[in-house]
Design a protein around this ligand. Structure first.
Ligand SMILES: CC(=O)N[C@H]1[C@@H](OP(=O)(O)OP(=O)(O)OC[C@H]2O[C@@H](n3ccc(=O)[nH]c3=O)[C@H](O)[C@@H]2O)O[C@H](CO)[C@@H](O)[C@@H]1O[C@H](C)C(=O)N[C@@H](C)C(=O)N[C@H](CCC(=O)O)C(=O)O
Ligand SMILES: Nc1ncnc2c1ncn2[C@@H]1O[C@H](COP(=O)(O)OP(=O)(O)OP(=O)(O)O)[C@@H](O)[C@H]1O
Ligand SMILES: N[C@H](CCC[C@H](N)C(=O)O)C(=O)O
Ligand SMILES: [Mg+2]
Length: 479
């Protein structure tokens, strides 16, 4: 595609653009290089390298000097998103964006499962990668950079996907990664503390999330809100200010109202009311909070045109996301669950949700990630201290930080916790302590298959480690 066609600007010469990247190391002959100012580096300093690699055009901030045809734009991130959308032309007909601190992955997956039950060619995109019936690809980020994102949207649309439920992270929103995605539905789970290492303060974090509703959602779109989540009222105000229709879900909802949620051993019974009619459904998911995600997903399906009488039966078929309140094993009459809680609210929510499954003690294993919001660590610790009977603090992706310093931050919130840095040993200790009626909840890594230590990603899977700890315990008992 010619540069002029791609950018809607006149260029002489007008090179043919064969690819786009914001990373000079990926530039080949005929590529457009987007020189973006970043947190660590200034992309403009890599322009010579990009030109040496054959860049045919550059996107840069006004005033940046180059030797090839250049698009100057004061908002190069948004412009990159627009260029990527034009270069990779196709997007699914219906795209629902889902944002919030906790519950995005679960809601996205549930939405695509509901659509699939209704016979739609549906996909989800986010922390677990991009997946549909005919399409599966892992992704580095929850919301990928615009080039990867639009290449993925184009590829899945070519394979027939018409309905996409997509997670939109606050980093993705702040960095305009999804600025050219055509969202016809925008959904909100909740907002509580996370990522205050990146966003200056909570208001900035909220404003990043709010972009999905006040800027990215089409003016013909619909806003779907979990009214039981923190921040719901503010999102309602944005919808009101833009005169956008809303679907409100939850105990405090209006369109899909949760009357009662009764957890049982293998799931949840929900009494709900939709537009004046009552339904009683049994969903096979552990954790009362999942009711919020399921109803939000139902709201998204309805907002995108599905019929209520089709959506309700589909809810009973929903399958949980890998590593979210997932039972990994059982030993000595005690259940072992793996969960992805990595924020203070999620730790509190997950521990409260597992309580009805314990006749005796709840034992919690937690850690906090390195190179992430430091201020959330003691809050995660105190949530664990408050809602578990026994807490073991361990490592969870220390990345470039000293793991013992991270543990010390967490332990500030739960001074009675046992500290076992080695995660395998921590899990083995938790498993060894289990007695009949106890529950062990291993939090923070969920579906992850690695432990990031420095620059190394060491293989680590909580579910597998828990299962082998159980096998060892049984072996010791001679069974
Ligand atoms: C804080 C953050 O989000 N940073 C992301 C961002 O980095 P940046 O813009 O600051 O990049 P930089 O390193 O300063 O470099 C500036 C520019 O120079 C370019 N460069 C750099 C080196 C070089 O040799 N040549 C070159 O061209 C880079 O490609 C970049 O365009 O853009 C990079 C390229 O796309 C991302 O890899 C990087 O993700 C970092 C690694 C990251 O860890 N991000 C996480 C926190 C994240 O985005 N998480 C959210 C989910 C969070 C959640 O909800 O839980 C996600 O959506 O995944
Ligand atoms: N509606 C909810 N309210 C509170 N906590 C929740 C909710 N849904 C999920 N959680 C907690 O958050 C964890 C992560 O869930 P999920 O992966 O769906 O969230 P996410 O928003 O995609 O997270 P990430 O920011 O990592 O992408 C779960 O394992 C659970 O502990
Ligand atoms: N999307 C989240 C995942 C955190 C998972 C946890 N295991 C950690 O490493 O902190 C983040 O990148 O902050
Ligand atoms: Mg996610």
């Amino acid at each position: 595609m010619r540069l002029s066609e791609l950018s809607y600007d006149a260029f002489t010469p007008d090179p043919n653009i064969v690819g786009i990247s914001a990373d000079s190391r990926e530039i080949g002959p005929g590529f457009l290089f987007a020189a973006l100012p970043g947190v660590v580096a200034d992309g403009a300093s890599f322009i010579p390298q990009a030109e040496e690699n054959g860049a045919a055009a550059i996107l840069a901030m006004p005033g940046v000097k180059t030797s090839v045809p250049t698009i100057h734009d004061a908002n190069p991130r948004r412009r990159l998103a627009q260029l990527a959308a034009r270069f990779y032309a196709r997007q699914p007909e219906i795209i629902a964006g889902i944002t919030g601190t906790n519950g995005k992955t679960s809601t996205a997956l549930f939405t695509s499962q509901i659509w699939a039950r209704l016979g739609k060619d549906a996909a989800s995109l986010g922390t677990l990668g991009a997946q549909s019936k005919a399409f599966s690809r892992p992704l580095l980020h929850t919301t990928p950079d615009p080039v990867k994102l639009h290449e993925t949207l184009d590829a899945m649309t070519r394979l027939g996907v018409t309905h996409l439920a997509m997670e939109v992270s606050s980093h993705g929103l702040a960095q305009a990664r999804a600025d050219a995605v055509e969202f016809s539905v925008a959904a909100f789970t909740n907002i509580t503390q996370d990522h205050l290492d990146y966003h200056e303060n909570f208001d900035d974090y909220f404003s990043a999330k709010a972009r999905l509703f006040d800027t990215l959602l089409k003016s013909s779109g619909t806003v779907v809100i979990n009214m039981d989540g923190e921040g719901a009222e503010k999102i309602s105000e944005i919808a009101r200010a833009r005169s956008l229709p809303t679907v409100k879900t939850g105990v405090n909802g209006r369109d899909i109202k949760l009357l009662q949620c009764t957890p049982h051993l293998n799931g949840l019974v929900l009494d709900i009311e939709i537009r004046g009619k009552q339904y009683n459904i049994d969903i096979p998911l552990i954790g009362g909070f999942q009711a919020e995600n399921v109803l939000l997903a139902a709201g998204i399906a309805i907002a995108s045109g599905a019929r209520i009488d089709e959506v309700v039966p589909a809810l009973e078929q929903i399958k949980g996301a890998r590593g979210r309140m997932e039972q990994a094993a059982e030993v000595a009459g005690a259940g072992i669950f793996v969960d992805y809680a990595h924020t203070p609210d999620a730790v509190a929510t997950a521990l409260q949700a597992i309580r009805p499954h314990a006749e005796r003690r709840v034992i919690a294993i937690i850690g906090a990630g390195g190179d992430r919001d430091k201020s959330k660590r003691p809050l995660m610790g105190s949530a664990a201290g408050e809602f578990a009977d026994v807490v073991i603090v361990t490592d969870d992706n220390p990345r470039s930080e000293d793991p013992s310093a991270i543990r010390a931050d967490v332990i500030k919130g739960c001074p009675d916790a046992q500290e076992i840095g080695d995660r395998e040993q921590a899990i083995a200790t938790g498993v060894a302590a289990l007695k009949e009626g106890d529950v062990l909840l291993i939090m923070g890594k969920g579906h992850e298959t690695g432990q990031k230590v420095g620059e190394n990603l060491l293989p680590f899977d909580d579910t597998e480690v828990a299962q082998s700890a159980v096998a060892n315990r049984l072996k010791e008992l001679g069974r």
